[in-house]
Design a protein around this ligand. Structure first.
Ligand code: BG6
Length: 479
């Protein structure tokens, strides 16, 4: 009865299809700790959290959830949940302290071997992300993703990862959320470095990253896949852009923002180039600035061919939504920016239920719309939901998280059954409380609680972990 009341009768008894997989996710900087241990080199987050401690509420990844020393404990949590796979990332600077293959840190490789072997011994598949924002510091100093040299460095690093772990890792991700990375500059290069030219760097970062992605896809496909038989793709994020009204200007603005947001990264992989609207709009704005060329770089014909088709699946991180209104169209010639280029206003509907993070509002029906839009716009790709979750203040009886999971997974079931969207995996963010970038330890996403003052970093299950476990077991959303 509760289900009928909350959802509606025809979706109450839906189940996840045969073969559908469940997982949970984390990322290296957010959970590992041991930031200077066993030969690990520093990365941009090690630097920025020490340089600007106040910005992060004095939280950092020095110890954080201390997963480096809790391999068996973490795998026991996963086993208890009953997940099919664990999505985690490799720390580039733990494996290559200098960023390049000149120095290989065997202890870093050993750590990931231990984790992978422990997972497999417990029948849990590793799903490994090569890059979740923690650029080796030494490579940032050499220009990071703003320099083309990153393409070769990333290629060498990926090559080492495939040859070291690919016999056991069957799902690889190149980049996690490049849009957040390049646009919001969480690597500490962009917004905090006023010397970088405005309105160029987001696009340059994306361009280098996309070319690095395509080269690494081909490396895996040609050299490793024939023997290792795995799959590889990117993980992108999209907070759904919902038009603020039915006016055609707002409908167009919402679609334009989706193209600037998700299309920026996915169009090249599906169609071989950036979205038309980005090309025309940025060229127009660049012209108004009297620039001799567009701030959006161009792919060569060879690159277009190389980049098209470079995904076996599309990973989707989705948490929430925005309302979109058409912008005022004023071209900001003195301080050009990505935000000005897409010419739209974004805001949250005040009636949307919140969380402990201002951008994270509970908007489950937007999840279904987004999945359907991806299906229709990009020829029905294979989708893995690679992140979805809710932030609160650390309550152990986390009713609001349970509610979030219930509502979002119900919408996912509708997308699968009624809209025929090809989603085959769902990953909850996150296995446990961890360092949350700008929010430090204030926002808690974990299914397991950690007291960051406890030297043992004991993992305590929250009520939501039991709830998620029951969904995995029954393949149904219970009410
Ligand atoms: C995703 C990231 O954007 O959102 C995760 O891939 C992150 O790494 C999560 O933890 C929550 O975001 P934030 O910014 O609140 O830490």
């Amino acid at each position: 009865i509760f289900c009928v009341f909350v959802v509606n009768s025809n979706s109450c008894n839906l189940t996840f299809p045969e073969g559908f997989q469940f997982g949970v996710a984390s990322s290296a900087y957010q959970v590992e700790g041991a930031y200077k241990e066993d030969g690990k080199g520093l990365n941009v987050w090690d630097e920025i959290t020490h340089q600007y401690p106040k910005l992060f509420g004095f939280a950092n990844g020095d110890v954080t959830s201390d997963s480096y020393h809790h391999v068996k404990d973490d795998v026991a949590l996963l086993k208890n949940l009953g997940v099919d796979y664990y999505r985690f990332s490799l720390s580039w600077s733990r494996i290559l302290p200098q960023g390049t293959t000149n120095v290989i840190n065997q202890k870093g490789i050993d750590y990931y071997n231990d984790l992978i072997n422990e997972l497999l011994a417990n029948n849990i598949q590793p799903m490994v992300t090569l890059f979740h924002w923690d650029t080796p510091l030494i490579l940032k100093k050499a220009g990071g993703f703003y320099s083309e040299s990153i393409i070769n460095y990333f290629f060498d690093y990926a090559n080492l990862a495939f040859s070291s772990f690919g016999d056991r890792v069957k799902t690889w991700t190149t980049f996690n959320e490049p849009k957040s990375f390049c646009q919001e500059n969480p690597d500490g290069v962009g917004t905090l470095d006023p010397s970088l030219p405005l309105g160029w760097m987001d696009y340059t970062c994306a361009h280098n990253l996309l070319r690095a992605h395509s080269q690494v896809y081909h490396l895996y496909n040609n050299t490793y896949k024939p023997k290792q038989n795995g799959i590889i793709g990117p993980v992108y994020n999209l907070e759904w852009d919902e038009p603020a009204s039915n006016k055609s200007a707002d409908l167009e603005a919402a679609e334009r923002r989706r193209q600037f947001d998700f299309g920026w990264y996915f169009n090249p992989l599906v169609f071989g180039d950036y979205p038309e609207i980005m090309k025309t709009q940025i060229a127009k704005y660049s012209k108004a600035q009297n620039l001799s060329r567009s701030r959006l770089p161009e792919f060569t014909d060879k690159e277009k061919k190389q980049i098209k088709g470079t995904f076996d699946y599309i990973g989707l991180n989705h948490y929430s939504a925005w309302l979109i209104k058409d912008g005022d169209g004023v071209i900001n010639v003195t301080t050009p920016s990505f935000t000005n280029d897409y010419n739209a206003e974004m805001y949250k509907d005040p009636s949307w239920p919140g969380s402990s993070i201002s951008w994270l509002k509970v908007t489950p029906t937007m999840f279904r719309k987004e999945l359907k839009w991806i299906k229709d716009t990009y020829n029905n790709p294979l989708i893995f939901v690679t992140e979805n979750g809710y932030a609160n203040n650390g309550e152990l009886i986390d009713i609001k998280r349970i509610n979030y999971i219930k509502l979002y997974l119900t919408e996912l079931l509708k997308a699968i059954h009624f809209d025929k969207v090809n989603v085959q995996r769902y990953t909850h963010w996150s296995l446990m409380d961890s360092f949350e970038w700008i929010n430090g330890f204030k926002a808690r996403f974990g299914l397991h609680h950690i007291n960051f003052k406890d030297p043992k970093r004991t993992r305590i299950p929250k009520a939501s972990s039991k709830y998620y476990k029951s969904i995995i077991k029954t393949k149904k959303v219970s009410f």
